[in-house]
Design a protein around this ligand. Sequence first.
Ligand code: FAD
Ligand code: UDP
Length: 375
Amino acid sequence: MKPFDYLIVGSGLFGSVFAHEAKQAGKRCLVIDRRDHAGGNVYCEQIEGINVHRYGAHIFHTSDKQVWQYVNRFVEFNRYTNSPVANYKGKLYNLPFNMNTFYQMWGVTTPEQAKQKIEEQRQEVACRISQPRNLEEQALLLVGRDIYLTLIKGYTEKQWGRRCDELPAFIIRRLPLRFVFDNNYFNDTYQGIPIGGYNRLINALLEGVEVRLCTDFFDQRDYLSSLAEKVVYTGPIDQFYQYRFGHLKYRTVSFLTEVLPVANYQGNAVINYTDAETPFTRIIEHKHFEMFGAEVDKTPSTVISREYSTEWSEGMEPYYPVNDDENSALLAQYQQLAAEEKNVIFGGRLAEYKYYDMAPTVERALRCAQQELAL
Ligand code: FAD
Ligand code: UDP
């Protein structure tokens, strides 16, 4: 008999939820991670008493009541509401596009005036563009010139490293416009950050489960696989097959993190820089995810991260899958091999090569565990 029922490669949300469920069902699990900490990309590092989201700002949001109740069983969530602000050449605008933004942009004070203004601007382009051929035309048709030039063009070009008239229109098929004074970025019923940080959620999920850190599956593949009846693999699918058909591509982000000797640097967790000249896309001030009102001044310093969109190359963190035709075809080849595996389950955003937010990741891991444990 092998010492474990499951070897779980990766201690991110997918691996941790699966491990918890399997343990509850009486299974013996070994979780390994190549990093020196558990949690995957939701991991936070404590700096100056502040939880710093090392792999990018993470805001939990969902309308799925079951998933919300599930994560709240392990840790209570706070009331954080994502309300990013845009800075365009020193002038501030609220996001998402709503009555506050329209007032800041044009001085309009009623929904009717705002709708009229947007309609005027749409009409300017509607006569020459019938079918949008690129992102720029799509944005002009949806929101008009002022919003496009101030809040979309520079940000999007920095983020994608390409001009908006060279980007496909589908990226912004929908640009929600709200004719109410509401700066809540998400439409979901539930959102927040775990009180005390994401590590608490991960630690609670992994409680009682054996975890080996700094352990790369590929350094001891045969040995580690021999320890368990089945492998749950949450790493990159192309690596599992030694890149035999080629590398799947990703987009990545570089973070420049600094401790500043001020209690409150920008007054908000997220400020987007939407002009073309500022080299970074946004600044995250981490304390605002968990400290509200007067609490902000309780720590004398603050931690900020500037985010730079970066072209991905081997050895960098794989963040966002590039789901274009070429990469989708490559993925299909790997998926064909994966479908033939009897004792390997592929799950999570790297093994499925799909961008999943945290809530859908939890939901998929729960579903996967239910199916597997019912066998
Ligand atoms: P991961 O968290 O990537 O975990 C995979 C783990 O596998 C890693 O720990 C890795 O070290 C390990 N691993 C890989 N290969 C090996 C190997 N060979 N051996 C051992 N271990 C290995 N979601 C939201 O809901 N809200 C947000 O605001 C949000 N912001 C995001 C910002 C950024 C920049 C990114 C990239 C993602 C964001 N997400 C957000 C998505 C969120 O990070 C994912 O939904 C979640 O992390 C997926 O969990 P996972 O377990 O599938 O993958
Ligand atoms: N976007 C923009 N200006 C902003 C914020 C977002 O034009 O200030 C556009 C941009 O094209 C981006 C898209 O909206 O690619 C989605 O951005 P968001 O930050 O919501 O999602 P993420 O980048 O995390 O996928």
